[in-house]
Ligand binder design. Sequence first.
Ligand code: MTE
Ligand code: CO
Length: 425
Amino acid sequence: MSDKPKTKAKAVDRRGFLKAGIAAGGAAVLATGARASESDPLITEIQDWNRYLGEGVQAYPYGQPSRYEAHVVRRDVEWLTASTESSVNFTPLHELEGIITPNGLCFERHHAGIAEIDPANHRLMINGLVDTPLVFTMADLKRFPRENRVYFLECAANSGMEWRGAQLNGCQYTHGMVHCVVYTGVPLRTLLEEAGVKTNARWVMPEGADASAMTRSVPIEKALDDCLVAFKMNGEALRPEQGYPLRLVVPGWEGNMWVKWLRRIEVGDEPWHHREETSKYTDLLDTGKARRFTWVMDAKSVITSPSPQMPVTHGKGPLVISGVAWSGNGTVKRVDVSIDGGRNWTTARIDGPSLPKALHRFYLDIDWDGSDLLIQSRAMDEAGFFQPTKNELRAARGENSIYHNNSIQTWHVKTDGTVENVEVS
Ligand code: MTE
Ligand code: CO
């Protein structure tokens, strides 16, 4: 492993370091790894796992990750957990790569526990301002033409605890109320057309079959645009905690509207003004007024590694900065990364698919000189929106808000490789 920086690290001249470091890292990264001639028993000796038969095929063959990955799990924050039924846990973003979240790692947010529903007993009703109110079984739904789409889901409260200052030490906790999976389902439009939407229809109200009977008002334009009534995620049935057997997918819009255990869609001519769109999921401004119906999740990004739960353990030299970006407005066009607290920015490399309203993976490969870094990422979406700094967001929205915090996150990478959640002013 080469630990020779290509540039001489000057103590605090981060501008100088940035220029040299990126130039070195951006093109061809320094080779890491030992010379083959250096004897390493792990390569020169035959190991037990190479010598003896492994475990046979399992009797109950639903695959599990390696036991060495047992730490890669959803986690919660004790003081954010009112009860297990009204609770949240977080996606371990720092451990993930690419853009797809494995089903067992998708964060969960439920208001009344996980409804356990036998799909044979599940029904979806469409009623209200329609020509023919309809009731579908799961089998009925699977006879409509279906689509596969990759979308992120972000809870409006993601990063909510960071409004007033840096608080939670890990991107799992600050940004882990987001996941991104490929959904299979029937366009909501198809089902509404089947029922025949009346000309005075303006809104729809999806309702959940769980004990919270979650309801939200969704404008008819969105319902007829890209919403899906989904029954699969990443190819397999929805997980119980994600709304098995049926959930609404509302691409790019706040997670609360993605009603799980979907049992009914009412069509109406005005919004219903229910709890989740009045006392909750509204943004209280400094003026005492609240912004309502703020559905779109704006351009956002976070560096997932290095991050507080993912310190640098290899010392100076080549360092992969990895992160995710997303926008409810469409694709992410560009992600910039700063290693000096936002003074200088370098355009990162987006790698993998760039799909609208889905996570994007970005990288900046640098040559770390071992000095303190203040690393940040800033996403720009196809509509031209940039992520604001924390102070810009506070200037616009005050400090009372919880929801819709899409501001720039800063991690302080220290000389020993440990990483801390900080704010720069
Ligand atoms: N739907 C029902 N029926 N009940 C709920 O508690 N929680 C909502 C939404 N849909 C909820 C629901 C909230 S606030 C969010 S952020 C998302 O589901 C979370 O989806 P997930 O658990 O699949 O991550
Ligand atoms: Co939510």
